[in-house]
Design a protein around this ligand. Structure first.
Ligand code: NAD
Length: 318
């Protein structure tokens, strides 16, 4: 590992949906990428799939150079040692199975050059479980993307207790330079943050379908045309902060008890205590002092107007 991130070799291990999409992220950032997979059929399809995704990106004006220039930086191989040789960044994108990841990352650790970082794309398996036993565990961590990472640019960086802090710092710098938006996760926790948030919504959605309160289609409508419209440019905290005059604290005072009752109905009791609301409010107020609240609310409405116009235009587009 070094501070030099201008153009390096990257190994992408696994040519499924995440591996292929990561290859685009790294190659379009100027890095040389070698993709490895155990399945020769996947490798055989890789170049055509990449060419198609890259030309779609170019058509939407989302590539800084032409698609074929990016493609020339991507190689495929069925030889793990060849993939890893000379790589400074290794992105493991194999199936979400603990035993498979443990064995695969052990191979990567023995083959990779000493300063290479080994990042696992795991959705739920923390790196303490997949890599804690390895001699090189200090250079291992999880870098969990959203799907596909070349479009949804957030990525969770989740070190384990033994990850070298310099490796986490490098991961943040390297991924930022690749156009990603890293979020540092403070503690190893199953599902990390992205899937915990998604899981909270899905758990409730399944309960509502089970109890015949709403259909799958109705729930998708409420999220697509309601909650999701706002969430496409604001998070849930900013959303409720702007929903109630007085911000988050006023919102929690008014609605907190009702949300607590809803949680209790599902067997979950995590009240928004005064101390917790104070903590969240302090963080929101440092981002948006209450004096800026009215202006931000008007901004929210203008963003919604622009989004609604965009969606209307998409609907009439061929
Ligand atoms: N799909 C998602 O939405 C998503 C999002 C974020 C993270 N992830 C995580 O990314 C990882 C990959 O997920 P995916 O959806 O791309 O899976 P996938 O099933 O589409 O692809 C996995 C690929 O790994 C290959 N493979 C199997 N064994 C291998 C081995 N030993 N070495 C190298 N390659 C091997 C398979 O042939 C396949 O091409 C998983 O850990 C998953 O949880 C997935």
């Amino acid at each position: 590992m070094s501070g030099e991130v201008s153009s390096v070799k990257v190994a992408v291990i696994g040519a499924g949906s995440i591996g292929m999409a990561f290859a685009i992220v790294f190659a379009s950032a100027g890095h040389r990428v070698t993709i490895y997979d155990t399945d020769p059929e996947r490798l055989g399809m890789a170049r055509d799939e990449l060419a198609s995704a890259l030309s779609d990106l170019a058509r939407h004006d989302l590539l800084q150079e032409n698609a074929s220039a990016v493609l020339t930086r991507i190689a495929v191989t069925g030889d793990l040692a060849e993939a890893v040789q000379g790589a400074l960044w290794i992105q493991e994108c194999a199936p979400e199975k603990l035993d498979l990841k443990r064995a695969l990352i052990a191979d990567l650790d023995s083959l990779a050059q000493p300063d290479a970082v080994i990042a696992s794309s795991a959705s739920a398996i923390p790196s303490s479980q997949s890599t804690g036993h390895l001699p090189g565990s200090r250079r291992c961590l999880v870098c969990h993307p959203a799907n596909p990472p070349f479009l949804l640019r957030v990525i969770e960086i989740v070190p384990h207790a033994g990850t070298d802090p310099a490796v986490s710092a490098f991961a943040r710098e390297f991924l930022s330079a690749c156009g990603m938006q890293p979020v540092m996760v403070g503690k190893e926790i199953e599902g990390f943050v992205f899937n915990r948030l998604q899981g909270a919504l899905l758990r409730e959605a399944y309960c509502l379908v089970r109890d015949d309160v709403a259909s799958v289609e109705d729930i998708d409508t409420l999220v697509r045309d309601g909650l999701g419209l706002r969430w496409s440019f604001m998070g849930p905290f900013e959303t409720v902060d702007l929903n109630t005059r007085g911000g988050l604290a006023a919102h929690a005072e008014k609605i907190g008890p009702a949300y607590r009752r809803m949680g209790l109905e599902r067997g979950q009791d995590d009240p928004w205590t005064d101390a917790l609301v104070d903590k969240a409010t302090a963080q929101r107020r440092s981002l948006l002092p209450l004096e800026g609240w009215d202006e931000r609310r008007a901004w929210r409405d203008r963003r919604l107007m622009a989004l609604i116009r965009h969606r209307r235009n998409q609907e009439v587009a061929p």
